[in-house]
Design a protein around this ligand. Sequence first.
Ligand code: SPD
Length: 387
Amino acid sequence: MMKKFLWSFALSAIVLAGCGKKEEPPAPAPAPVASAPAAAPVNTEEKVLNIYNWADYVPEGMIAAFEKESGIKVNYDTFETNEALHAKLVAGNSGYDIVVPGSVFAKPQIEGGLLQPLDKSKIPNLSNLDAPIMATLAAKTDPDNKHLVPWAWGFTTVGINKTKVAKALGKMPMPENAWDLVFKPEYTSKLKSCGIAYLDSPTEIIPVALHYIGKDAYSNDPADYKLATEMLAKVRKDVRIFSSTMIDDVAGGKACVAIGWSGDMNIAAARAKENKSKDEIEALLPSTGALIFFDTMAITKDAKHPNNAHAFIDFYLRAENAARMSNEMNYPTANKAGVPLVKPEIAGNKTIFVEADYFAKMIPPSSFTNEAREAMANAYNSFKKGK
Ligand code: SPD
């Protein structure tokens, strides 16, 4: 600002000199002015930040620590499905500054102009991120990593209460492919007695069902959705719970088998232990692979507090904060600098940080066209209604 003022002052002096009488000697050149050191930009935004994230995804006290350090008051709301977040963004004026879409939805949100490009100069801790993960996101979802910063990644899989499942199956052995537990009538007809739970979202269930029947999990072809729902229809009567907050359902004993997210299933396992339950809960690694997801922070196109949003993203990207997310929420971090700070029991848990052999079997995320998502939602709703 000061520099700009000095520049315009000098400019006016030259202009004024040019208007003087011809016979007068030229005005002496102005004495050089020492340029003021560049001042850090001042954040004049109101001290508020509105964040919309998945339920059960932020370590205890992390938001309070940011508020204390920055003086910014955070309003933190949660959602349970990508569809719920997407609907808010499409409607506009969500009021949220930071949102955390799965990459499957982030791609169309970027293309639809719903998210704004990041000002990377305000996020020095971007350098902590894992370069291969960022390269993957750039190639598949967000060219040049302009909009998205990973919150965490994980995978959609089958979680079980081992004790209850063993009891319900009786003499029947566990299947080789864990997806059979939720998709094959021979198993579901036995497991319905202790509770089968599915995530309540078309874009969670149809892709895993497509994968199970040997189709591309990210097919955009409605004919494939028909095949998937034909398979699903055979087990519909056995599925009791549709929920996207499964930690309580599984840890609390309402469901003995669930299609859920890896970290949530691990939290359910830890919670059952804390509650001194005799039941052992486990996230499984299906032999045919599980579906990887990336959840990503982004700033909405109409964010009212973009500077505060950048400050929070940089705070979250500190190595110690990334490690806390893994340690407490049981999801792998994409923050390379944070990985050495992850507790050995979390880093060594093969259902959180999967080993290379299994990683090779996993299905990487892609995305759907808007038309495909609509067709998928129709297919899913008919399945759910049992029609
Ligand atoms: N408790 C946090 C769960 C986050 C799940 N995100 C899944 C998104 C993609 N399918």
